[in-house]
Every structure is written in C-alpha cells, then in structure tokens.
Design a protein around this ligand. Structure first.
Ligand code: ADP
Ligand code: TRP
Length: 330
C-alpha cells in the first residue's frame, strides 16, 4: 500500500517558530520518505473559534506563505485549502451520521471548553466545536491517508478518526483506511519568550515571517534569570538553550554548553541564538519576499492543488455515496 502522509494547520493566528519546528519543518522532511503527501489549510476548522473574517483571511495567507517559504514543493505534494474541496464537507456529514455522540462527549477539547461552565454546561459550546473531531476525520479519511503527523495534543483525534472509520467500514463496506498517527517528539516542545510552550494563545511567540530586526528584538526579549556574566549557567530548562538546540549542529550545541559552564553573559547567548535562527530563516525570508506580494500566484497554486485533490476526493465520495445508498434510482 502507498504511504500517504497528510496534515493540516488550522488557520488562526500568525505562524511562529514553534509551528515551524513542530509541524512545518518535520512534515516537509517526511515528504522525502513517502509516496504522496497532502498539506492543507484547515480554514473550516478555524471558524470554530474565530469569528473575525479579517483575521482568518490574514492567517490563511500567512500560513500558506509559511509552508511555501519553508520549502514545500507544491508540484511534489497536494497543497490546498480545506474549503476548496467541498467533498470533505459531504463526507463530514456522512461521518456525523455514524459517529456516536458519546464518543464526541469524551473529546479533550470539548471537555476543556465545558470545564469552566458552572451552571449551564453548554454555555459557549457550538455544534462546530462539539463535532470538531468529525471534520478532522473527514479531512483524513477523504484521501485514504496512511500516516498523519500531529502534535501530541491531537492523538485523541486520530484515535477517534480510526473509531469512526471502523464503524463506517463495519456498517457498510471497508472503504475507509485507518490512519496511523506520527507523533512529533513530545520532548520537543519549543519554548516561548517566557519559557512556557510557544503558543499564540500565550502571546509569547517568535514570529516566523518577520524581518531580521524583529527577529532580533524578539530574541532579546527572552526572559532569563539574574545571573551575571562569569557565573556558570544551567542549560537545563533554559529557554535560550532549548531554542538553540532546535537550530544548531551537534558541535555548536556542545560548545554552547561549554560556554554556559564558563559563565557566558545572557546577552551573548542571545546573540548566538539569533545567529543560528537567522541563518536558518534567511532562505525562508528570501522566498517570502518573492511570494508575499503575489496573491494571484498563491491563489492559483492553491486552486491547482484543490483541483488535483478533488480528482481523488470526487472518486472516493462517489464510492462512499454508492455504498450508503445515496445514488441513482435503479
Ligand atoms: P498554537 O499553540 O500557537 O495555537 P497550533 O495549535 O495552531 O499552535 O499548532 C499548529 C501546529 O504547530 C501543530 O502541529 C502543533 O503541534 C505545532 N506547534 C505549535 N506550537 C508548538 C511548539 N511550541 N512546539 C512544537 N510544536 C508546536
Ligand atoms: N486539528 C489540527 C490542529 O489543531 C489541525 C487539523 C485539522 C489536522 N484537520 C487535520 C491535522 C487533519 C492533521 C490531520 O493542529
């Protein structure tokens, strides 16, 4: 069987280097060892939590730019917007009809959203939020994906996808492929400026697609302790060191460790960190400069990607509709 990898990024917020290290860079790397790869912008997922149209539009563009500038080759993969493949939404409804409500009740994201509700457990819960995992299952099952690279927070959604697919296959015909998750290294959570997980929800990010001077300014804002130059420093749980490890070669990491033992000044450590990140991001930035004003080019590329993806999706949805009895009168 062909190895087909597929992953999506929800289009809320502006991409940061946590997304780059945790999702974009490894997914692009994985395309080298797979037969086919599918990368998409999960724009219908984004409207679950964000009802500001301008910020969604901005995010779609920036996340597309992040993938393309980071080296995704749209000729060698399927690159599209979820909303441009309407068969996914058709499949989503069909899957809703075989998904047990009880399964959705157990979703971590839904449970987290209700956990602060005191009197009315349904306060602020939309059907979109509740059935989020079904849309994700449709994204994955539409293309018979075999491997889905995701962060550890998404593992439950993959288990649900497998459950939903197995239920469909049992009720009708074994048409759906059960995917395997590829879980990104759990240890490798990229820390943000304040040492917590880098996340747009914490406002502690180093942006991916900004100028050199903004990159430098962000890095200079990393919170450190008050140890003076000359004091030996601990690299464990150190934000600067942990970020450095994601960008540097083995020998550079060893030499920074030595510098920590020898009492490097925080300012100097930040400069070294800036240098390694900047070196890696230079080609990303120059590709970005080429692309960022060319909306037509990006739109055409996404629309070609959707056309290619729809060839597969149309064939699959017609097989699915056939087995469930939504077909021509005969
Ligand atoms: P955010 O936490 O900023 O909302 P998302 O949840 O939209 O980010 O994540 C999009 C992708 O980027 C996911 O695959 C996620 O695992 C990855 N990712 C996000 N933040 C980090 C981080 N700090 N370290 C590693 N990977 C991350
Ligand atoms: N839920 C994923 C996230 O928040 C994004 C996503 C949507 C996705 N559909 C997907 C990831 C399908 C992998 C496969 O990160």
């Amino acid at each position: 069987m062909k190895k087909r990898i597929l992953t999506g990024i929800t289009t809320t917020g502006i991409p940061h280097i946590g997304n780059y290290i945790g999702a974009i860079r490894p997914a692009i790397e994985m395309t080298k060892n797979s037969d086919e790869s599918f990368f998409f912008l999960a724009d219908y997922h984004s409207i679950i939590k964000n009802q500001d149209p301008d910020s969604i539009k901005d995010s779609v563009k920036n996340i597309a730019l992040a993938w393309l500038s980071s080296g995704l080759d749209p000729k060698k993969s399927y690159f599209y917007k979820q909303s441009d493949v309407p068969e996914i939404i058709e499949l989503c409804w069909i899957l809703n009809c075989v998904t047990a409500k009880g399964l959705m009740n157990r979703a971590h994201a839904y449970k987290a959203a209700t956990s602060n509700n005191e009197n009315d457990p349904d306060k602020g819960i939309t059907m979109g939020l509740f059935s989020y995992p079904v849309l994700m299952a449709a994204d994955i099952l539409m293309f018979d994906s075999t491997h889905v690279p995701v962060g550890s927070d998404q593992v439950q959604h993959l288990e649900m996808t497998r459950d939903i697919a197995a239920r469909f296959n049992h009720l009708y015909k074994p048409l759906l492929t059960l995917p395997e998750p590829i879980i990104q290294d759990k240890e490798n959570v990229v820390p943000g400026l304040d040492g917590r997980k880098m996340s747009k929800s914490y406002g502690n990010v180093i942006p991916l697609l900004e100028s050199e001077s903004i990159l430098k300014k962000s890095i200079m804002k990393i919170v450190t302790n008050s140890l003076e130059p000359g004091d030996p420093k601990d690299s464990k749980d150190c934000t600067i060191f942990n970020l450095y490890k994601n960008f540097a070669e083995e020998t550079e990491i060893k030499s920074l460790q030595k510098a920590y033992d020898d009492g490097i000044a925080w300012g100097e450590a930040k400069q070294l960190l800036f240098n390694v990140i900047n070196t890696e991001l230079e080609p990303v930035r120059s590709k970005l400069e080429e692309l960022k004003e060319d909306n037509d080019f990006i739109n055409d590329l996404l629309s070609d990607g959707a056309k290619k993806a729809r060839i597969i999706a149309k064939d699959k949805i017609s097989q699915i509709k056939e087995v469930i009895g939504i077909t021509q009168i005969s």
